[in-house]
Design a protein around this ligand. Structure first.
Ligand SMILES: Cc1cc2nc3c(=O)[nH]c(=O)nc-3n(C[C@H](O)[C@H](O)[C@H](O)COP(=O)(O)OP(=O)(O)OC[C@H]3O[C@@H](n4cnc5c(N)ncnc54)[C@H](O)[C@@H]3O)c2cc1C
Length: 368
C-alpha cells in the first residue's frame, strides 16, 4: 500500500485554506459559494443562532422604494444578477430558491394613490395597475385603489442557508463555533486562527461585526425589525400584499407579516406593543380570519450611507469584509459577493461606492 503524502502543514497540525470566512448568513453563504466555485479552499466558522437577520428576513427584492417610488440603487444590474445567482445555486442544491412575484400596493390614502399614478406614466417597467381587482375585494378592505409593482423576487432564505450549510458540512468546510478575535493572529500575507491558516479572513458577521476589532469604526447604525408568522387560510400565496406592512408568502403555506424599522431599542426581543398594532391594522384591512403562529425579531446590519462594505482593510490586506447590507441583503449580496471574489482572486476593482477603502481614514485608526 502506498503511503499518503504528508504536507508540512498537516505534520504541524495546521489546516491550510485560502479563505477563512466568519459568519454564514446570506453574505458568508454567497461568498463561500463563489470562492469554492472558483476552486478555492474555504473554511466557514458560524455559531448557530436562531434569530439572525438572514433567518428573520422575508426575502423580498423590491426594485422601487420610498414615498416617491423611485428605483433602488443599481437595481437594473443587481436584480438580474440576483435571479441568476439564486437560480444557479438552487439547481446545485436541488431545490428552488427564488420566485418571481408582484407586490400589490394598497394605497393607504389619496396622496399615495396620486404619487403612484404620477410615477406610473414614467416607470413603465415596474409599475402597473393590477387586473382582476374584483377578487381582491373579497380578501381585503380598501378605499383608495391598488397599484402593482412587477418583477419583484421572493427568495427562500431559510432554504438557502440550510441547504448551503449541509453542503459545507459534507465538504468538511464548516465549523459550528464562536469565532474569537483575540485568538486570530494577522500579518500582511496570512492569518492564523487556532489550527487554521488562511491567506485572508473575511468578516461576514452581520450586526456582530459592529464590534469587530478591524472594522468597528465603520458608520453602522442600529435597525431592529419584527415580524409575525401567520396562517391565513384562503389567501393566495402568489403575491406580496402591502399597506404600510407587507404580507409575504413564507414556508409551510404560512405568511410573514412585517416589518418595523426601529432605531432605538434596548433589546432584540419581539414586543407585544408592535404585535397589537399589527393586529389592529389587520382588523381593518384583511377580511380573512388568521392565526398568529410565531413572532420574530432581529437587527439589520445597517449603515448611514446605505451602501455595502466590500473589500479588504486598507492597513491589513489579510482581513476582508462583506457586510452592511442593511434592509437589502437579498439584492445586494449576490452581486457584491461576486465582486469580492473577483477582487480577491484577480484584483478586479470593486465599485468605489461599495469598496470599504472609501473609509480608509477612519479605518486607519483601527487597533490604535
Ligand atoms: C425583520 C427583517 C426583515 C428583512 N427583510 C428583508 C427583505 O425582505 N429583503 C432583503 O433584501 N433584506 C431583508 N432584511 C435584511 C437582511 O436580512 C440583511 O441585509 C441580511 O440578512 C444580512 O445578512 P448578513 O449575512 O450580513 O448577516 P446575518 O444574517 O446576521 O449573518 C451573520 C452570521 O454570522 C454569524 N456570526 C457573527 N459573528 C460571529 C462570530 N464571532 N463567530 C461565529 N459566527 C458569527 C452569525 O451567527 C450569523 O449566522 C430584513 C431584515 C430584518 C431584520
Amino acid at each position: 500500500m502506498q503511503d499518503l503524502p504528508v504536507s508540512p502543514s498537516t505534520f504541524l497540525g495546521y489546516t491550510d485554506c485560502d479563505y477563512l470566512i466568519v459568519g454564514q448568513g446570506i453574505c458568508g453563504t454567497l461568498l463561500s459559494w463563489n470562492l469554492q466555485k472558483a476552486g478555492k479552499k474555504v473554511i466557514v466558522i458560524d455559531e448557530p443562532q436562531p434569530f439572525t437577520a438572514s433567518k428573520v428576513a422575508s426575502g423580498v427584492v423590491n426594485p422601487v422604494t420610498g414615498r416617491r417610488i423611485v428605483r433602488t440603487w443599481r437595481i437594473e444590474e443587481l436584480l438580474p444578477f440576483a435571479l441568476e445567482t439564486y437560480t444557479t445555486l438552487g439547481d446545485e442544491l436541488g431545490t428552488r430558491l427564488v420566485e418571481h412575484c408582484s407586490i400589490l400596493d394598497f394605497f393607504p390614502g389619496l396622496q399615495m394613490k396620486e404619487s403612484f399614478e404620477k410615477r406610473l406614466a414614467e416607470e413603465t417597467d415596474y409599475l402597473h395597475i393590477p387586473g382582476n381587482q374584483e377578487a381582491l375585494t373579497t380578501l381585503f378592505n380598501y378605499h383608495f385603489g391598488v397599484g402593482e409593482i412587477r418583477s419583484c423576487l421572493l427568495v427562500d432564505l431559510n432554504e438557502l442557508l440550510a441547504g448551503w450549510r449541509t453542503m459545507l458540512m459534507q465538504r468538511n468546510s464548516l465549523r459550528e463555533e464562536a469565532f474569537e478575535w483575540e485568538e486570530c493572529l494577522v500579518d500582511s500575507s496570512q492569518v492564523q486562527y487556532k489550527d487554521i491558516r488562511a491567506k485572508v479572513v473575511i468578516c461576514c458577521e452581520g450586526v456582530r461585526g459592529f464590534t469587530n476589532p478591524y472594522f468597528k469604526n465603520l458608520p453602522y447604525t442600529r435597525m431592529k425589525g419584527e415580524a409575525l408568522i401567520v396562517s391565513i387560510p384562503g389567501l393566495p400565496a402568489d403575491n406580496i400584499y402591502k399597506q404600510g406592512i407587507n404580507i409575504v408568502p413564507w414556508e409551510d403555506g404560512l405568511f410573514w407579516i412585517g416589518s418595523t424599522y426601529e432605531w432605538e431599542f434596548t433589546d432584540l426581543m419581539p414586543t407585544s406593543a408592535w404585535r397589537l398594532k399589527v393586529e389592529e391594522q389587520l382588523k381593518y384591512w384583511l377580511k380573512l380570519p388568521y392565526t398568529i403562529v410565531d413572532h420574530l425579531a432581529s437587527e439589520r446590519p445597517a449603515n448611514m450611507e446605505r451602501r455595502p462594505f466590500v473589500g479588504v482593510h486598507p492597513r491589513y490586506p489579510s482581513v476582508g469584509i462583506l457586510n452592511g447590507m442593511g434592509a437589502k441583503g437579498c439584492s445586494l449580496t449576490p452581486f457584491f459577493a461576486k465582486q469580492l471574489t473577483d477582487f480577491l482572486i484577480n484584483g478586479t476593482p470593486i465599485y468605489h461606492d461599495a469598496d470599504v477603502t472609501r473609509f480608509a481614514k477612519v479605518l486607519a485608526r483601527t487597533m490604535n
